[in-house]
Design a protein around this ligand. Structure first.
Ligand code: UD1
Length: 416
């Protein structure tokens, strides 16, 4: 099993490009099922989750190839609507294929994706929405079967602005009959990117980025060439890494408007941030002051940046807390950080963090994607050598973490 070996203590300094967004590209790949054509996705990240999504689509009969950083997807010869159970279990977000398959075939079968590293992750909102769109749903021993003869537009009021449920409804409704309106829709930038992609295929969608999305179903979509947005969470992770080592970083190819919720917090901690066109520059002073963080759906502070922030807060002045409002089991790195010398206590959904802790190297385990990245950040400032195990979690979402951090001067290697 591969591991990352990090020798801490190097101040990061330098410049990086930011790759395409994982959370944007996964629903876009699912959306290609709707167009029965050839799609070119530029700036597609070569991460594990994308590879799993490709395998799932290939099992459905699609033909897919890489042309450098462009993913070429031919969905003309789809021959199956049953999603492979072991692949679905590997990647929970495969649930977004349900909406796309309903739009394409009117029928889909998927196993319950079940719980995962972040705790119970129900799919009730996805299924309730599809039922409103005239989909019959049955479940036998964890296998969900969905079928409709007329996918019907509907008014859907989400109880919670779920990202995945919003995407699933958009995908199904794009080829449904009539109008679908989603109230209390998720407003994340990845939802806007999905709308932009669908529109470039000929769909009629508007309102993404606000709480109300309106979709007028069409009978035919066509292939397109599309450039996926840069990954705001990778950008946030590297900004935090630079702050962690009290360094300086320039990130190119970013969308500043996607970063504001994170850069505002880093500024409050004392970092200097300069936003330029498609780039952001962060310089950190030697002393940073801690602040409290509460995770919320967009435009609140993203849960996907909470673990990285926790690692940073261990090194800042003062006692702080992080309240996690989205996922029940997103504090798995606390034990690992405490092993490294942090002092963090959890009560209910809040972590209380004592600042100004000198971290030391340890052998620690990545237990989820963002938590794993946060442990790498901790390793960058820990005294001595840190070994991060189970790095496959990290590789689900970071294409080049070793190369990127090495370019900035970190001492990090992969040991096979
Ligand atoms: C997406 C992101 C993930 C991010 C999360 C929240 C992708 C591939 N993943 O995940 O990185 O952390 O948004 O920003 O884009 N819920 C229900 N019932 C449902 C659906 C969700 O109760 O049917 C709950 C979940 O348990 C969770 C909350 O809603 O507590 C948010 O989940 P959701 O927004 O759906 O996240 P994902 O789409 O799974």
């Amino acid at each position: 099993m591969s591991q990352y070996v990090i020798t801490g203590g190097r101040r990061l300094e330098g410049e990086l490009q930011i790759d395409g967004s994982k959370n944007a590209v996964l629903p876009i790949i699912a959306a290609t099922l709707l167009n029965e054509d050839i799609t070119y996705i530029n700036n597609c990240p070569k991460i594990l989750d994308v590879k799993i999504m490709i395998e799932i689509l290939e099992q459905l009969g699609c033909h897919i190839e890489w042309q450098e950083q462009t993913l070429v997807i031919d969905t003309r010869h789809l021959s199956n609507y049953i999603l492979n159970e072991s692949l679905v279990k590997k990647m929970r977000s495969s649930i977004i294929l349900l909406g796309a398959l309903m739009g394409r075939c009117g029928e889909a079968q998927i196993s319950q994706p079940g719980g995962c590293q972040l705790g119970a992750r129900p799919i009730n909102l996805h299924l309730e929405a599809l039922k409103k769109m005239n989909v019959d749903i049955s479940e036998v021993e964890g296998i969900i079967h969905c079928k409709t003869l007329h996918l019907q537009g509907a008014k859907i009021n989400l109880k919670f602005p779920s990202v995945g449920a919003t995407e699933n409804i958009m995908l199904a409704a794009a080829k449904g009959e009539g109008v679908t309106i989603i109230y209390n829709a998720a407003r994340e930038p990845e939802i806007v990117d999905l709308q932009d992609f669908l529109v470039s295929c000929g769909a009629k969608v508007e309102g993404a980025g606000t709480s109300t999305i309106l979709i007028q179903g069409v009978t035919r979509l066509s292939g397109t060439t599309y450039q996926v947005i840069p990954d705001r969470i990778i950008a946030g992770t590297y900004l935090t890494a630079a702050a962690m080592t009290r360094g300086t970083i320039i990130l190119n190819d970013v969308r500043n408007e996607h970063l504001v919720t994170m850069t505002e917090k880093l500024e409050m901690m004392g970092c200097q941030i300069i936003h330029e066109k498609n780039r952001v520059i962060l310089s950190s002073p030697k002393v940073l002051k801690g602040i409290n963080i509460i995770t919320e759906p967009h435009p609140g502070f993203p849960t996907d940046m909470q673990s990285q922030m926790m690692a940073l807060l261990c090194t800042c002045q003062g006692s702080t807390f992080i309240k996690e409002n989205l996922f029940e089991a997103r504090f798995k790195i606390v034990d690992e950080l405490n092993k490294m010398g942090a002092a963090i206590k959890i009560k209910d959904c809040t972590a209380y963090i004592e600042g100004e802790k000198a971290l030391h190297g340890e052998t620690i385990c990545a237990k989820d994607l963002r938590g794993g990245a946060a442990l790498v950040l901790a390793g960058l400032v820990a005294e001595g050598c840190t070994i991060v195990k189970q790095i496959e979690h990290i590789e689900r979402g970071y294409q080049n973490i070793i190369l990127d951090l090495s370019k900035l001067g970190a001492h990090i290697q992969e040991r096979k």
